[in-house]
Design a protein around this ligand. Structure first.
Ligand SMILES: [Zn+2]
Length: 126
């Protein structure tokens, strides 16, 4: 990967990181601030659940984005953490914070569907 490509991914990732930090900070306590009187109980519980779930998702995303920025600094960005093959530019353009090539990712997704629990564990380089 060329230096200018790396810089491009770096700025995409930094923008994403800033966005997520902003969202996560502002969303802190959103479920609590919402007035429960204006919603029936079931709807309130659902909204809370959704807020918490999307908070979880954004936290994971932020962790992935930070890890990708670390890999840019280390010079290992764009290489699959599992099989050490280059990740396709098309995949990187779509998911710049991905740590795995499409083959390993699909393998992991399939294992997850079959009841395996931890993606990181599944894909830990041997
Ligand atoms: Zn791979």
């Amino acid at each position: 990967m060329t230096k200018s490509e790396l810089n491009k991914y770096k700025s995409v990732l930094q923008t994403k990181q800033a966005e997520l930090v902003h969202v996560l900070r502002n969303r802190d306590g959103i479920a609590i601030e919402k007035c429960p009187d204006s919603l029936d109980e079931v709807q309130y519980a659902t909204e809370r659940e959704l807020a918490i779930r999307s908070l979880d998702r954004d936290s994971v995303l932020l962790r992935n984005v930070r890890a990708a920025l670390d890999r840019i600094e280390e010079g290992s960005f764009g290489v699959c953490l599992h099989c050490e093959e280059d990740i396709s530019p098309k995949r990187l353009a779509a998911v710049p914070f991905t740590a795995y090539c499409i083959v390993c990712q699909e393998l992991a997704d399939r294992c997850l569907h079959e009841g395996a629990e931890d993606l990181d564990e599944l894909l830990t380089p041997v």
